[in-house]
Design a protein around this ligand. Sequence first.
Ligand code: GLY
Length: 385
Amino acid sequence: MKIVNSWNDFDPLKRVIVGRADNCCISPSEPASEAKVPLDSPMRGMTGPRPLDTVEKANAQLDNLAKVLEDHGVIVDRPEPLQFNQAVVTPFFMTGSQFGCMPPRDVLLTIGSDIICASMSFRSRFFEHYCYHKNLREYFEKDPEFRWFYGPRPQLSDESYDMHYWDDVDGHEVTEEILLERTANLEMVTKEHEILFDAADVMRLGKDLFIQKGLTTNWKAMEWLRRMYPDFRVHSLNFPGDPYPIHIDATFVPLRPGLIINNPHRRLPKEQRAIFEANDWEIVDAAMPAHEEPPELCYSSVWLSMNCLVLDHNTVIVEASETAQLEQMDKLGMNVIPVPFRDAYPFGGGLHCATADVYREGECQDYFPNQVEDPTLITYADKRW
Ligand code: GLY
């Protein structure tokens, strides 16, 4: 029985994993995760299990999402939460607690009949893949074509990070302005010491993987994926304007073949558009978020407004309060299913983050047959590390 098959984010969705909020912790500060906590966030310095009432509210919205999906004929699998309030200790580092399993998209990368458990860049997320073992074992037992891979397990010692990234500059605290300059210059807290990636930095479009170079994914990971999939083209994208470039799915989101919405505060630079333009892909600005602030104790920005889940080329799930985004989807010809989800945001993101593809109908297609000079293309000869 075929269980695992997905080559993109828009073909008809038939099976998916939806995360859970149970036991989720605010992890202690560590070299990479400092980046995830905005400078002015009240979460700075807070650690430990999240308040139970917020867990219950988030789980109610996650369960409702699962039900909406089932009502649309999608099989829904759920992870097994760990006791995340336990330290992670390895020969190379230790950190006081783990994180959670609300966002399977961060951990699981589905490419055709393969699922790759990402290497992960945060120490607190080193063991998170275990939450999905039950699911992956089932797929392995029932689907003879399913291949279960791991990204190289990183050491995550201090050598993997710029340990001075968050230090004061000339006696002043790091400002957002400084961070914007750094990320535009591709200077990230994660270095190129070893292969590091989170699955949610990878946008899959058939034979092409477009990967964000940011705080959680480096070029060595792109080279590793290129070697894993020699028939594919792997591209490195970056989006100046984001002081915390973590995961591509609140920045650059495909809706159907030929159409992508792009965060207007984080536009893809002109030279990186060549491959899309040469193949008649339209990149349109996403609608403005409805909210000025993310919910309390949330790692992500207000741009979770565009972190939608596409069910097929004509149908998309959008967060229910995101009025402008709902309207834009309608204008773009999509049938829109509004689903309330803001209570789940603090646990790891939006509707796309909270899900991981298992099965979408369709095959691996080449959406970019016209090749042009493409500065985003990863090759060993042009290695940037
Ligand atoms: N990293 C996703 C966002 O908060 O915009």
